[in-house]
Design a protein around this ligand. Sequence first.
Ligand SMILES: Nc1ncnc2c1ncn2[C@@H]1O[C@H](COP(=O)(O)OP(=O)(O)O)[C@@H](O)[C@H]1O
Ligand SMILES: [Mg+2]
Length: 490
Amino acid sequence: MIKNRFNSLFWRIAAIFFILLVFIGLCFVFITVHYSGLYFEEINQRLNKNTAADIAAHSTPFTDGKVNKKAMEEMFDHVMSINPSLEVYLLDNGGKILSYYAPKKKVVLDKIDLLPVKKFIGTKGNEYVTGSDPHHVGLEKIFSVAPVTNNGTQAGYIYAVLAGEEYDAVSKSLTRNYLWQLGLRGMIITLLVTLLAGLIIIRFITRNFSRILEVMQKFRQGDLTARVEVKSAGDVKQVGDIFNEMADILTQNIEKLKEVEVLRRELIANVSHDLRTPISIIQGYIETLQMKNDTLTGEERKRYLDIISESTGKLEKLVSELFELSKLEANQVKPVKEPFFISELVNDISSKYQLIAKDKNIAITTFLSKELPPVFADVSLIERVMQNLIDNAMKFTPEGGSIIIKTNKHQDEVEITVADTGIGIPENEREQIFGRYYKANNFTDLKNSTGLGLAIIKKILDLHQSSLELVTEVNTGSAFIFRLPVYQNS
Ligand SMILES: Nc1ncnc2c1ncn2[C@@H]1O[C@H](COP(=O)(O)OP(=O)(O)O)[C@@H](O)[C@H]1O
Ligand SMILES: [Mg+2]
């Protein structure tokens, strides 16, 4: 757990934040120290801009075109006793060093770059300029310079390095002691305050994240009710909300899958039950026929064979309807739509049923509205719908009843009604009968029932973007109504 904690987002961000702060702090100290150095140099140069001119005014470096060595030495002594940080050089007009005073270190340059010298004279020493340091090749230092004359013409320059070796030594130790300490102390104080404030803010932001993480872990471990609660608005809240939505969808899908699984089990149980009944009947009668073959009368044998044939028929019907429905449900059936006259189809089917209807003493009547336009649908699938509806009407209508088939035009559609004067459907069953495998509870003669007929009808009508309506009253009759689109010529 502790290892986890230090791995967490908070500690990572905190570590990065700390490193960044230290880095920025050090940069800041470096820059401050550097610019303070420049600042002091510039002050030094401004204050001492007239040094070279003063030295030139109070000495005579040249006599008759030659360097006056004695005068120079006196001057150097004098300068050194007043200001040991000064280094003074006598240059000719081309910048060549003619004579100098400089303590300790050796002079390595024999010529001074004249460009900064001219800039200094041009700006009267009011701008920050650095020039050659005769002690080091390539190093630049602040200086003061002034022209010197001999017999009225310019003979060279007095070049004074303002921050000489002495100055450097003192300045370095002071910088280390003072500027660096100041910078570092400032940095540490700023660092601590910023770090504290930063950590509090980061903690605040990452706290919500760790909460979300906890909930996600709970969810992963199987607690499907785990949901994130983030009160503050913003990105973190969005992450929480999205997780919650995903979790909702996931749990809903799991629920649905469970339901489907229950239905599937029920279906298998029902199907196997319905298959088993006719099979055992068939088996039983075949065994009887085999055992008592010699003793059976012709009439008995015919009766047994009739029963076997009926059960076989039922098996065949169940299997073929199951096959039909599963094909429809797997979207394997694509309707082949074409224009046809629904009245012709109704006439065909009703005349096929007349014989059975007569047997059962049921009247089939058709009311076909004249001059109906053709509909646009799959003929054979619509024939299945009609067959199933009339099958049901016949099955659930007692002897002496009647079945009425009507067609009507209804705006851009043709409406087909199959009505009967049968047993009707109780209110509590009206929704369920369209479901797969639902069979009547109030009807005892179920030997011809599979419970699949209406489910098949519904699927076929779905393929035609149509639906089945039901108007029914118990003990009075039922009417099933559906509509098909009129064929549009254009
Ligand atoms: N015309 C009808 N009159 C009364 N009940 C009906 C009618 N049509 C369907 N039903 C009810 O709906 C149930 C489901 O019908 P269906 O899916 O065609 O299955 P099946 O015809 O095999 O019983 C029937 O068992 C019956 O209870
Ligand atoms: Mg049926």
